[in-house]
Design a protein around this ligand. Structure first.
Ligand SMILES: Nc1ncnc2c1ncn2[C@@H]1O[C@H](COP(=O)(O)OP(=O)(O)OP(=O)(O)O)[C@@H](O)[C@H]1O
Length: 453
């Protein structure tokens, strides 16, 4: 395979020559094909590093020929990334192509910067997957990520492989499993580490504020715009942007986000000049995006854009062997923050802690350990100290006999009791349960609990 050669397959000579020019300037070798047949013949002789492929040839405009060619490439050279070229307005074809194994798609007329970025990412990801067993170029830094379980190690292996690429990453997993921590680690282990890491909680941005928050605005663009303001994308230029709770984004904002991911350009409110942006996209969600796509609640094309690499964070109950390490870490951290001697935790206490259910995952464990240390004020903590604290929380939240209830029922009861206890103050409920406010909202929805006014 010649990783520096790109095969351009398009029946339009002007497209072939303008693409050739751009790619040659960027240092790639070029091969061209006018028809799917020629493309197949070329691939049989020399396998290129990447294929840039139009979906429509002379026969029709259904994209059928493009899909056929893609299927052949997937048999002849399955490891070669394919980027599709489609007409604007035929995104559904691109989506079909992605389902059939294409790496990405660009729409005509294309933006050169976005095209080169997509090519670079595709080649990097391809190389990083074939070099999976080779030692990484520089050791992966994971200082703040505690745990040695095989499930966590697998996540870290994937992350260390792809951190240095520019590929968008989607991190999925329950609330409190460490998605944000992983996003930060991806940034810290990339060449963007000295540039900003901008975090945006999309669940917390209302529809009306989305554009000005993400893309910025000019003074006077709307009534309250008293000064120019940079949006989050501009702030993240050269660095990474972490879009948390991406599953909470409404359909209108999804279209706006798609545009910037596609073209790497955006316009600030009140300013019609498009701005270019170079930022790595890292998204996270604890919702089931494929299911949301099926139900028409999340755009499929956006899903494929953000999801070139998926990292699934395991729940804490699936990696209980990490619990003692995490407990030690949180106890040490808390002692350091308060200028105290670290507390000692007995072996029985560790065993007890390792058995609890943790619907709020690592965040819940962290809060629980910190609270027990604070409340008991002892240099040595035993199982009893933790049990007392757990019973107290359970009593406050009204959960007594955990054995006869399903986890969901326990969770629902805990939320109801916490709402009562904190007079409906969601921030306090969230802190007490070790959940984010958004996670509390979602559970209110799930259990059809009416949120307080
Ligand atoms: N492996 C880990 N080692 C050390 N601390 C961790 C680990 N995983 C999570 N934490 C800590 O647990 C808390 C929750 O983690 P984080 O915010 O990354 O979770 P999340 O999955 O993004 O949650 P949410 O979906 O609610 O936003 C943080 O304080 C984080 O530092």
């Amino acid at each position: 395979m010649d990783s520096k050669t790109i095969l351009i397959c398009d029946d339009d000579p002007t497209v072939r020559s303008s693409l050739s020019l751009v790619l040659k300037r960027a240092g790639y070798g070029i091969a061209t094909a006018e028809t799917p047949e020629q493309a197949v013949a070329q691939i049989r002789t020399t396998i290129p590093g990447l294929i840039l492929m139009d979906m429509n040839y002379t026969r029709s405009t259904t994209g059928e020929e493009g899909l056929e060619l893609l299927a052949k490439v997937k048999v002849l050279a399955p490891e070669v990334p394919v980027i599709l070229i489609t007409a604007w307005g035929s995104i559904h074809l691109a989506v079909q192509g992605i389902r059939a194994g294409a790496f990405d798609f660009i729409t005509k007329p294309w933006n050169n910067l976005a095209l080169l970025e997509s090519i670079r990412t595709a080649i990097q990801v391809q190389e990083s997957s074939t070099a999976a067993d080779a030692a990484p170029k520089s050791p992966f830094r994971r200082d703040k990520i505690i745990g040695k379980s095989p499930l966590l190690e697998r996540v870290l292996q994937t992350v260390s492989r792809i951190a240095s690429t520019h590929a968008p990453v989607l991190i999925t997993g329950e609330s409190g499993t460490g998605k944000e921590l992983i996003a930060e680690a991806i940034h810290e282990n990339s060449e963007r580490k000295d540039r900003p890491f901008i975090k945006v909680n999309l669940g917390g941005i209302s529809l009306s504020l989305f554009e000005s928050e993400m893309f910025g605005h000019k003074k006077g663009a709307f009534t309250d715009a008293h000064y120019d303001r940079k949006g989050r994308f501009e702030l993240a230029d050269g660095g990474s942007i972490f879009l948390d709770e991406i599953g909470d984004l409404d359909m209108v904002s999804q279209v706006k986000l798609l545009r910037v991911l596609q073209d790497h350009t955006f316009e600030s409110l009140g300013d019609s000049r498009p701005k270019q942006v170079d930022t790595r996209i890292i998204c996270a969600t604890n919702r089931n995006l494929p299911q949301m796509v099926q139900q028409g609640e999340f755009r499929e094309d956006l899903f494929y854009r953000i999801n070139l690499i998926t990292v699934q964070m395991p729940a804490l109950r699936e990696r209980r062997e990490d619990i003692p390490l995490l407990v030690e870490y949180f106890a040490r951290q808390q002692a350091r923050q308060n200028g105290l001697e670290p507390v000692e935790i007995s072996a029985e206490a560790m065993e007890y802690l390792s058995r609890l259910p943790y619907p709020g995952n690592v965040r819940e464990l962290k809060n629980f350990v910190e609270r027990t240390i604070l409340v008991s004020q002892q240099p040595h903590l035993t199982e009893v100290d933790f049990k007392n604290q757990y019973v107290e929380i359970a009593a406050k939240t009204g959960v007594h006999d955990t054995s006869v209830h399903s986890l969901e029922e326990i969770e629902k009861q805990m939320i109801l009791r916490a709402l009562e206890l904190y007079g409906g103050n969601l921030s306090k409920v969230a802190t007490a349960l070790g959940l984010s406010r958004q996670a509390v909202y979602r559970r209110l929805e799930k259990y059809a609990i009416r949120p307080p006014e």
